[in-house]
Design a protein around this ligand. Structure first.
Ligand SMILES: Cc1ncc(COP(=O)(O)O)c(C=O)c1O
Length: 405
């Protein structure tokens, strides 16, 4: 007789994927808050704004019209056209046929890796990187190859570093600017130099541009596919409405690429999700079609003020150091090595995880240790919470640090 085995044991590909560390921390902080602790949660990956009004109205309209059936696998034509038009504001020359609408940028990334990678193909991933990238790559059969920035280079990788990491198995260069978790924004010139490495080694580029709107100060967003036709022909652009329009729960993202790839991705989607939600697609169309310039500008100014408040508070806290120049997204990394060896009661701090754990337990402030972002001596601070809460959290942080021995 066969030795009994658990029939529901996860296959190796699923067993290798842990739950998202940020989601786990977010859940822990929320559970503490639900139990009555006055927790301020600086772990969130979404802007603390309401979904833009025209999106909500368009969704209501879609329901009223009973627009509730399967849509074409690649998304409704009007939305694909609106997405192409939006991308082209950045100087690309994208057409509706080169766009596939997905259930969030995350699903677009999943399709992109699945469509491009053969088993064992390598993907260059500049670090620090968003937690989901390595798992999305592994799940698609690929191998993530982290490229760590050199000390003193503002958390940015250089073309030379990418060149040194290329092997005969390298297939994709993954770029993400503005970057999660560091908030670093690569300039157009810097991106061009990185993209040139991809061109020289005939690599595809996947450019995650989900935070395109959230760029502050003198920094300017540049879309990789706008760097010229040769680069555009090897680039998959990832984006969505989640972050710009405060629509994370609506689950609409996109992938834009030459039609050879979008046709393959639409086929993948047709056999998996069928299509994204019809109602959410109409909501996204509402957001993209409305004149939201002034509203989005107001939100950007608010977030910029929160960013500057956070940087100032960290600069004023001995032992903590802002890493790189956070000029985009709504996160930054604080280097905590200056606090290693310090103690709180009988607990000593020897890692970013120790620091984050103690800060939550003693000061009720939740931040994410950087281990899973390949930034092991840092914590990620998400500064999107409303200003009064942010101020209170930063005061608690400073008090906690000054109470360390
Ligand atoms: C860098 C990056 N890419 C993609 C995503 C996924 O966004 P979406 O909500 O559209 O799936 C996130 C969300 O946290 C992100 O930070």
């Amino acid at each position: 007789m066969r030795t009994p085995v658990n029939p529901l044991r996860p296959a190796a590909r699923a067993a290798a994927v842990p739950p998202s560390a940020t989601a786990a921390l977010d859940a822990h902080a929320k559970a503490l808050a639900a139990a009555g602790a006055p927790v301020i949660n600086l772990t969130s990956g979404e802007p603390a704004f309401a979904t833009v009004e025209p999106a909500a109205r368009a969704a209501e309209q879609a329901i009223a019209e009973d627009f509730t059936r399967y849509t074409p696998a690649a998304g409704i034509p009007a939305l694909r056209t609106a997405i192409a038009a939006r991308l082209n504001r950045y100087g690309t020359e994208c057409e509706a046929a080169e766009v596939v609408v997905t259930a969030g940028a995350k699903q677009a990334l999943h399709y992109a890796f699945t469509a491009l990678l053969e088993p064992g193909d390598e993907v260059l991933v500049p670090a620090p990187y968003w937690v989901s990238y390595p798992h999305l790559i592994t799940l698609a059969g690929g191998k993530p190859v982290p490229v760590q920035p050199e000390t003193g280079n503002g958390l940015k990788v250089t073309p030379e570093q990418l060149r040194a990491a290329v092997t005969s198995r390298t297939r994709v260069l993954l770029l993400n600017s503005p970057a999660n978790p560091s908030g670093v924004v690569y300039s157009r010139i810097e991106l061009a130099a990185l993209a040139e490495v991809a061109a020289d080694h005939d690599l595809a580029i996947i450019s995650d541009e989900i935070c395109d709107h959230w760029v502050f100060g003198d920094a300017r967003f540049a879309s990789v596919a706008s760097l010229g036709p040769e680069i555009a022909s090897r680039t998959v652009t990832i984006g969505g409405v989640s972050k710009t329009f405060a629509m994370t729960g609506w689950r609409i993202g996109w992938l834009a690429a030459p039609t050879e790839l979008t046709t393959a991705v639409a086929a993948l989607q047709s056999h998996t999700a069928s299509a994204p939600s019809s109602i959410s697609q109409r909501a996204a169309l509402g957001a993209l079609s409305a004149d939201l310039g002034a509203e989005l500008e107001r939100r950007r100014a608010e977030l910029d003020a929160r960013r500057l408040t956070t940087i100032k508070a960290l600069d004023d806290t001995p032992g903590l150091q802002v890493a790189g120049t956070p000029e985009g997204a709504f996160f930054l990394l604080a280097d905590v090595t200056g606090l290693y060896g310090k103690t709180y009661g009988d607990r000593s701090i020897t890692s970013a995880a120790d620091f984050a754990e103690l800060l939550l337990a003693e000061a009720n402030v939740a931040v994410v240790p950087g281990t899973d972002f390949a930034a092991p001596n840092h914590v990620r601070i998400s500064y999107t919470v409303p200003p009064e809460l942010l101020r209170e959290a930063l005061d608690r942080l400073a008090d906690f640090v000054s109470a360390l021995n």
